[in-house]
Write a new protein. Structure first.
Length: 256
């Protein structure tokens, strides 16, 4: 019996689907293009929802100075705004920023304003991811579970999630003061931040911490990398944005 012939390419058909080697190559290329398009679409979707509704309208311009306080508070707030604008102007040359201070001082407002400003200037292709230190660790650990989901779909692998995180243009990690459960948790965070450092993608950290406690929460390696691209001094580094002033929530919401 004569071999069947592919009607498209006039080659002998090697498989049960009636596809010749040329058909198979074209099919594989088509699948790769579909996967790439899906990944780009998902990245755009993730970017549009990187910020929660509360923070999507935050800008540096609508951060209102608390003029009801003394002149020193206003001076510190203006310095915080300047550090944010300097970071935007230098992007992506800076390793990152760390917003410190008490609750209700506008740390998240300023960090999310940076994301909004960068997306405005760099277009919708600019990607961002906003999470908490705890949420990031939980998401990373969840990738170790390789059992299929209830709908039968496969879970995102650990390697693919790491690959995704290292290539996002900017990542904001809130609540760095939340205690880690183990040394593994701290190693996971350091690994992600280090990869982003190597790929020259900045990371912004937020925490209700004092400056003296930063190494306790971030570790020496992350602090050292933040210093590398810093234009300030060791006593007054530019990467630390100190939001030390009264909470606007306890002040009738007159600030921000």
């Amino acid at each position: 019996m004569r071999d069947k012939i592919c009607e498209l390419h006039w080659n002998a058909q090697p498989n049960e689907r009636g596809e010749c080697s040329t058909c198979e190559r074209q099919h594989e290329e088509s699948e790769r293009r579909k996967a790439a398009l899906t990944e780009k679409t998902q990245a755009a979707t993730d970017n549009n929802h990187a910020l929660s509704p509360r923070f999507r309208s935050k800008t540096l311009d609508n951060f209102r100075l608390n003029t009801a306080e003394d002149v020193d508070v206003v001076r510190r707030q203006k310095l915080a705004l300047k550090k944010c604008r300097d970071f935007i102007d230098a992007y992506p040359k800076r390793t990152g920023l760390v917003f410190i201070g008490g609750t209700g001082t506008g740390k998240n407002h300023l960090a999310c304003a940076i994301v909004n400003e960068l997306q405005k200037h760099r277009g919708k292709s600019f990607t961002a991811h906003v999470t908490t230190a705890y949420g990031l660790i939980v998401d990373l650990k969840a990738t170790w579970d390789r059992t299929p989901r209830e709908d039968g779909s496969q879970r995102l692998s650990h390697d693919r999630m790491i690959e995704h995180l290292k290539k996002i243009d900017i990542v904001v990690i809130d609540e760095i003061d939340a205690q880690f459960g183990s040394d593994t948790d701290r190693l996971l965070l350091t690994h992600v931040v280090n990869l982003r450092y190597e790929w020259q993608h900045p990371t912004i950290f937020i925490g209700n911490v004092a400056r003296g406690d930063l190494k306790k929460h971030l570790g020496d390696r992350i602090i050292d990398r933040l210093f590398e691209s810093d234009a300030g001094t060791e006593d007054n580094p530019d990467f630390i944005v100190s939001c030390v002033w009264p909470s606007h929530r306890r002040n009738g919401g007159r600030a921000f």
